[in-house]
Design a binder for this molecule. Structure first.
Ligand code: ADP
Ligand code: ZN
Ligand code: ZN
Length: 737
């Protein structure tokens, strides 16, 4: 038998090895093995097994054995890894690497073992205690024995808490054979000590019942994808919970993907309340040890449900019945490094391969998913109203071109100021949203026209007043802010454009009595900052929360009755065919924070273009109208989902070398380009330089990109260009900058 093995260093190439007879029954696809490689040995994974070798068999080396440290990859996931490598044009090794958490793969983490002590011989122990009653030197030993005699077994932690405990006493007792111990594997506690009150399924609303009936049919047929389109608060999560229960009742397991930012204790609590602690929660703050334990528990079938961010998609269940992708439209499901996969799309593929069904949930589904519904590939279930028939938030669209602007630079319209004052006076809370952080976007000198930009990237620096710095949002460089123009020494430098930091400081001046906090990636640096601010907001210790996207995601604050959107145009002006979609999603999502309690919510939306279609649809809460409008535009322009796209980025420090590589690459690809495929570029990328590297972009668009993708993959992975030019292929790209 021949095994094809990928090693850690082989990138896109598998190597053949002979399987020795003693391993023939043991090896399977996904087995972690050790193989001879050059003069050394390497860890690797078996990706396929077969009878015939491509090379002469007597020249092949033999597999040395199973890896003593690594876990194997479940067989079905190997197939998914292969598909990802092909489809996303990444090295096979990158895709295989994605299937296992590093903590499991590297084999450095061990299971946590706890020692449990008991008594070897009761009578002997009792005799010892009785005969040492008056012996002060044996006090510790007697205390230990007495505790075990009265309480039975005890772990080392429990023993350590005894008064008078000493390591030497323990050792002496072990040496004299009065104590024995055994070792037990235990789980590192990922939930902390937080108690959760169990709950039970709610009586479904008619919309929920309809969705659940569809899901039951899918579970019965072991296939199908449902798009669950429901406004915020319409009870989608309750549907997920009951769908999971349904899958479990059929003896199958479930994966729930949520965007990392919504993986809050609130979310986790709801799952634990329904399913207890037999649940794995996989988030980025887990330690290696915790991640290892959770993976092992899933692989061994001890838990049936995994909830987590993107990578939880690869949870090693062997009997997967259901995958839920919550907020399926979220761009965080797309990984920005190789493999550049989209977790929603890979979820659909994993579902297909493992006969599991898939639920994609969203209040604002992606154009791709809506299109799949119209093609009949996805089933649609809709939930149109909020549970408890709460009204949708009321929108007031404020035209910023008219009226006397309030606050510095006119960031606050009089309507917004007045509305915030009224809410705060009434004891309610408000949220102010702006999608940009920092204080000002640009530092400019009116005398000589100087603009402060990052020397390594093709962007302006962002100014932070509080820190007195300029920073680059692309490479993270931070420099002190100048007090005079560095070019002409004029003291008149100006700051233009506003970010959340500016909003916060203007708000402090406008509403001096309000307790104000800001939430963006500048102010939320520590791991617990986010939760801490949310807790204070929830407890009513903050009146006004200013923030970016970070405040838009699935938070539940019943006392928030007003949401201010300071500049709705910001997202519309991006040079990207998804700009409308993103703006609509964002406005809808932020608006959803208003009025979740029993008080009605209001949204004040400031814009320079109140007649804009996207803003009108968003203000009317008309998703169907927006979706039709957006899909019509994309169909006319032949943008995805009416075509497929691939972006190829070329990067390097030598501008000319990068350009030359991009041109050569395009020329070599040209013979594979069929009719119906449109090529744009290579051109300088919209952001010409990041971290000192020049960037060029080639895009391909067409109905069928399979042929060109295969050629492109080979070129990108196996062809090298002079000048250290890096090539990255992005299939179904979300970012063209
Ligand atoms: P979504 O995920 O769509 O935002 P949730 O599932 O969180 O909605 O539901 C919103 C609120 O309504 C929650 O407090 C939930 O407990 C409640 N809820 C959901 N379904 C029902 C139901 N069938 N009956 C009563 N309350 C429900
Ligand atoms: Zn100047
Ligand atoms: Zn930079």
């Amino acid at each position: 038998m021949i095994a094809k093995v990928i090693t850690d260093v082989s990138l896109d190439r598998e190597f053949e090895y002979v399987v020795p007879p003693e391993l023939e029954k043991v090896l399977r696809c996904g087995s972690a093995v050790v193989v001879p490689f050059g003069r050394s040995r390497r860890e690797g994974y078996v990706l396929s097994l077969g009878q015939r070798a491509e090379f002469r068999e007597d020249k092949l080396k033999a597999v040395s054995g199973l890896s003593p440290v690594r876990a194997s990859i479940p067989e079905k996931l190997v197939e998914l890894g292969r598909w990802m490598a092909e489809y996303y044009c990444c090295p096979l090794e990158h895709a295989i690497r994605t299937l296992l958490p590093a903590a499991v793969r590297n084999g450095k983490v061990r299971p946590l073992v706890r020692r449990i002590y008991s008594l070897a011989d009761r009578a002997e122990a009792e005799k010892f205690v009785a005969s040492h009653l008056a012996d002060r030197r044996a006090e510790g030993r007697c205390a230990l024995l007495r505790a075990l005699l009265s309480g039975g077994d005890a772990s080392s932690e429990e023993l350590k808490r005894l008064p008078g405990f000493g390591d030497s006493a323990l050792k002496t007792l072990l040496r004299h054979g009065l104590l024995v111990f055994r070792e037990e594997m235990c789980r590192r506690d990922v939930f902390g000590d937080v108690e959760v009150i169990p709950d039970s399924p709610l009586e479904p609303t008619p919309d929920q019942a309809n969705a659940l009936a569809g899901i039951d049919r899918m579970l019965e047929h072991r296939s199908g994808v449902m798009l669950l389109h429901g406004v915020t608060n319409s009870g989608k999560t309750e549907v997920y919970l009951q769908a999971i229960a349904s899958a479990l009742a059929r003896g199958r397991s479930a994966i729930v993907l949520v965007p990392e930012i919504s993986l809050t204790p609130q979310t986790v609590r709801r799952f634990r309340a329904r399913f207890g602690d037999d649940l794995s929660v996989l988030h980025s703050r887990l330690s290696d040890g915790e991640r290892f334990d959770e993976w092992m528990r899933i692989a061994s079938g001890k838990v049936k449900i995994a909830v987590g961010a993107r990578s939880a998609l690869f949870a090693p269940f062997s009997d997967l019945g259901l995958i839920v992708v919550d907020e399926e439209h979220e761009s965080t499901y797309k990984q920005s490094e190789s493999p550049r996969y989209h977790a929603r799309d890979v979820a659909v593929m994993r579902g297909k391969m493992e006969n599991a069904c898939v639920i994609l949930g969203s209040a604002t589904p992606s154009a791709e998913s809506m299109h799949n519904v119209s093609l009949g590939k996805f089933l649609l279930a809709e939930m149109r109203s909020q549970v408890g028939a709460r009204p949708a938030p009321r929108f007031t669209v404020v035209d910023r071109r008219i009226g006397e602007p309030g606050g510095e630079n006119g960031i606050f319209s009089p309507e917004l100021v007045e509305n915030v004052r009224r809410r705060l006076a009434g004891g309610a809370q408000a949220i102010l949203f702006l999608s940009r952080r920092g204080y000002a976007r640009t530092l400019r000198c009116p005398q000589c026209g100087y603009e402060a930009c990052c020397p390594d990237c093709d962007v302006n620096y962002v100014y932070s007043k509080r820190r007195e710095t300029l920073s680059c949002h692309l490479c993270g460089a931070v420099v002190p802010a100048p007090e005079i123009c560095p070019q002409c020494k004029s003291p008149e430098i100006r700051y233009l454009g506003s970010g959340t930091e500016k909003i916060e400081s203007v708000a402090r001046a406008l509403f001096p009595d309000a307790r104000i906090a800001r939430m963006d990636s500048d102010s939320m640096r520590g791991a617990n900052d986010y939760e801490a601010v949310l807790d204070r907001f929830r407890r009513g210790e903050i009146d006004l929360l200013v923030g970016t996207q970070m405040i838009a995601k699935g938070l539940h604050f019943p006392n928030v009755t007003l949401v201010g959107i300071l500049n709705a145009d910001q997202n519309l002006s991006m040079p990207d065919f998804r700009a409308s979609e993103r703006a609509f999603q964002l406005i809808t999502q932020v608006a959803g924070r208003a009025g979740r309690g029993d008080r009605p919510g209001e949204v004040v939306l400031q814009t320079f273009s109140p007649e804009n279609d996207v803003i009108r649809y968003a203000a009317e809460g008309d998703f169907a109208g927006f979706s039709r409008f957006d899909l019509e535009f994309r169909e006319m322009m032949k943008f995805p989902p009416f075509s497929r796209m691939i972006a190829v980025f070329f990067k390097g420090e030598d501008d000319a070398a990068v350009e030359a590589a991009a041109r050569t690459f395009s020329a070599e690809l040209a013979p594979y380009i069929r009719a119906g495929v449109t090529v744009a570029g290579p051109l300088r990328a919209p952001i010409e330089r990041i971290r000192g590297k020049y960037r060029y972009l080639l895009t391909l668009r067409g109905d069928r990109l399979g042929t060109v993708r295969r050629a492109l993959r080979v070129l990108a992975l196996h062809r090298t260009f002079p000048g250290n030019v890096e090539i990255s292929v992005d299939v179904d790209p979300l970012d063209f900058m």
